[in-house]
Design a protein around this ligand. Structure first.
Ligand code: NAD
Length: 301
């Protein structure tokens, strides 16, 4: 029989990931603070719990997809560090946290889990909400080889490429390197499109040209920040859904903290962080491609 899974955090990413587990036949119990989020999963066939503990009561595996380190800390470790979900789980439970958080926070939870005989993996993802819906995410996993082997068939339901990056925290380090580059690429792509538009070019014509030229990158190809260049992306839907600017801001600041702690120079990352810190002040809940609006205010209205 398939293991029973508890899924905690059903936002832009967690909801479609959980739906794919249901479709693959995994018994699923879900929890989120938002009733709207749990209603969607209930409709899809999940059983809805009213606490993380209740969600995990019959589970062999716990998966979480929460906004930031403080939420992961509070769910697993609780307010005083030892009264969270970990303390309630039987030995041998596999815990997979797919949130993007600081490597140090992931190691903290991993150490607490290990002390209780629980397998913990940091398993942040890349691929956006499109990848979450399609089940084609990239998982970047840190933790023991044994736990990785147990997790792999489950992650394969939600993702296409599953990497074992190294020990606890390694998944998070790889993820923030990727997202620092993504922030730089998105800010740069928006800047380039704006320069063309302000000089009389059509945004779609310019994007098509750059897609077949050396400026080609993921943001141009599948996530164009200019409205109506691509269908079904956040920029063509009022920058709703997707990956919120405040989450990109979080990831860039995680990268800057890591760079600082290890005395590594990241001048482009620092500039992208400055841009997103400023942008997220008023547009934190909009998708991160709304950085386009820094240049061309009309796209935000
Ligand atoms: P989101 O804000 O849409 O979803 C987070 C969900 O967690 C919300 O439904 C919220 O109600 C719930 N939540 C918060 N605290 C909780 C708690 N204590 N208990 C239970 N539920 C709680 O965020 P998202 O876009 O789904 O992102 C989740 C994580 O994945 C973030 O770390 C983000 O950086 C990362 N990520 C996002 C994307 C993307 O494209 N959106 C891509 C890759 C990685």
């Amino acid at each position: 029989a398939k293991p029973t899974i508890a899924f905690i955090g059903l936002g832009n990413m967690g909801a479609p990931m959980a739906e794919n587990l249901l479709k693959a036949g995994y018994p699923l119990s879900v929890y989120d603070l938002s009733a709207e989020a749990t209603a969607r999963l209930q409709q899809a066939g999940a059983s809805v719990a009213t606490s993380p503990k209740e969600a995990a009561s019959n589970a062999n595996v716990v998966i979480s997809m929460l906004p930031a380190g403080k939420h992961v800390h509070s769910v697993y470790l609780g307010e005083n560090g030892s009264d969270g979900l970990l303390a309630e789980l039987p030995k041998g439970t596999l815990v997979i946290d797919s949130s993007t958080i600081a490597a140090a926070d992931a190691r903290l939870v991993a150490d607490a889990a290990t002390g209780l005989g629980i397998d913990f993996l940091d398993a942040p993802v890349s691929g956006g909400t499109g990848g979450a819906i399609a089940g084609s995410l990239t998982f970047i996993v840190g933790g023991s080889a044994d736990a990785f082997a147990k997790a792999e068939p489950i992650l394969a339901v939600m993702g296409k490429n599953i990497f074992h990056a190294g020990e606890h925290g390694a998944g998070q380090v790889a993820k923030i390197c990727n997202n620092m580059l993504l922030g730089i690429l998105m800010a740069g792509t928006a800047e380039a499109i704006n320069l063309g538009v302000k000089n009389g070019l059509d945004a779609k014509v310019l994007s098509d040209i750059m897609l077949q030229s050396s400026g080609r990158n993921w943001t141009l190809e599948v996530y164009n920040p200019y409205p109506q260049v691509l269908e079904n992306v956040p920029s063509s839907k009022g920058y709703k859904g997707g990956f919120m600017s405040k989450l990109m801001q979080k990831d860039l600041n995680l990268a800057m903290q890591t760079a600082k702690d290890t005395a590594v120079e990241t001048p482009m990352g620092a500039k992208a962080t400055e841009l997103y810190d400023d942008h997220a002040r008023e547009n934190g809940d909009k998708d991160f491609s709304s950085i386009m609006g820094r240049h061309d205010h009309s796209v935000l209205s």
